[in-house]
Design a protein around this ligand. Structure first.
Ligand code: FES
Length: 375
């Protein structure tokens, strides 16, 4: 086994670590408690750079590097994950000669990625779809928020229920409602901002905590639903804050397209119910359409029911009554369901294997010195 000179020891002071090149490999070097150690730099989970991680002492008294992407840990000397986990980073030999750090060209201990049995997210990981050529699974997502102990009438949620009831009675659909306010789930913690591949499928947060409430949304929306009808109130001209909390966590779905042209949402239809005492139905629907098309959903024509009474309608106590006395509302909910489910039945006949994903990719950005791309 050969050793390559990497860098002066003085460039890696006690208490520091960094990733360096050794031939065509990248190695994470650590200098702690008088010892220099070297591990493979790419985390066994999703490739996070351990040279950018933090070093912590765990309960066993040993020092571990904590991956900066999702927190997997590896012993600085053995490369081993903490007790209870089998995963291991490659460990390279280190010699110090004439003030220089030398690293072996081959690992002394090979990396090991354990098969994680009893994977609670296996159905998501394997995309175990529940839709069939004849299924009509309609997922209603209610994003309105309210006090559970003191519920108030909700135009958006009651309209959503009316839509689902109609889907069942008229089309024989299977319907399911998820009220976002009933789910206990973490905010998106921005792993994508760390690195595009740190935003994983299944979501990094669900991997860390399979009980996180968004796991239910992923299963229902990606694996089960043929159609999604999302209902939101208008809050200061926008969809509800709970909608945005959910949407941020759906970055994991959209990111699969950006990273690998992997479209998880295929042949699914989305439509919306947007209600507010005051204004901006069009603005909210525009945002919803933009986001849902980026996820891969298809829309029927006229894919929303909107309701608002205008800027000066401060008599909010009358809004609910007026909403349900409106013949427009009753008719348009039924028509929305008609359009949505008829499109589901039609697109199930379509071959989408050639579906294109005209998404931006940084690798295609070009440089100032490259010739212009063909038009
Ligand atoms: S914990 Fe290292 S890449 Fe996820």
């Amino acid at each position: 086994m050969n050793y390559h000179s990497i860098m002066p020891l003085s460039d890696l002071p006690e208490g520091s670590h960094r990733t360096v090149k050794s031939g065509d490999r990248s190695i994470a070097l650590f200098h702690y408690e008088g010892a220099v150690t070297a591990l493979g730099h790419a985390c066994q989970h999703m490739g996070g750079d351990l040279g950018e991680g933090s070093v912590q002492r765990l309960e066993d008294g040993e020092l571990y590097v904590v991956c900066p992407w999702h927190g997997w840990q590896y012993n600085l000397k053995s490369g081993q994950a903490p007790s209870g986990f089998q995963d291991r980073q490659a460990v390279y030999g280190v010699q110090i000669e004439d003030g220089m750090i030398l690293v072996s060209d081959e690992p002394l201990v090979n990396a090991f990625r354990a098969a994680h049995e009893d994977d609670p997210l296996a159905d998501l990981r394997n995309l175990d779809y529940k839709v069939t050529p004849s299924s009509l699974n309609v997922l209603g997502i209610s994003t309105t928020n309210m006090n559970r102990d003191l519920p108030r009438p909700s135009t958006s949620e009651t309209a959503l229920q009316a839509a689902l009831d109609f889907a069942v009675s008229e089309f024989g659909a299977s319907a399911r409602t998820i009220r976002i306010r009933d789910l206990d789930f973490r905010h998106c913690e921005g792993y994508y901002s760390r690195h595009e591949r740190a935003c994983t499928w299944p979501c990094s947060i669900s991997e860390m905590d399979p009980e996180d409430g968004m796991t239910e949304i992923y299963r229902a929306m990606v694996l089960w639903a043929d159609a999604v009808i999302l209902a939101t109130p208008i809050r200061w001209g926008n969809a509800s804050s709970l909608y945005y909390k959910m949407a941020e966590r759906l970055n994991t779905v959209q990111n699969q397209i950006t990273l690998d042209d992997r479209v998880l949402i295929r042949n699914k239809v989305a439509s919306f119910i947007v209600t507010g005492g005051q204004d901006n139905v069009q603005g909210v629907v525009g945002q919803l359409n933009s986001f849902f098309t980026d996820l891969g959903f298809t829309f029927p024509p006229f894919n929303f029911v909107g309701w608002s009474r205008g800027w000066i309608a401060e008599d909010t106590e009358h809004n609910y009554q007026r909403f349900f006395r409106s013949r427009y509302v009753k008719r348009s909910i039924r028509e929305l369901v008609n359009n949505t489910l008829k499109l589901v039945m039609q697109i199930k006949q379509m071959d989408v294997t050639g579906l294109q994903t005209p998404k931006p990719k940084i690798s295609e950005a070009g440089t100032l010195t490259e010739p212009e791309a063909d038009s």
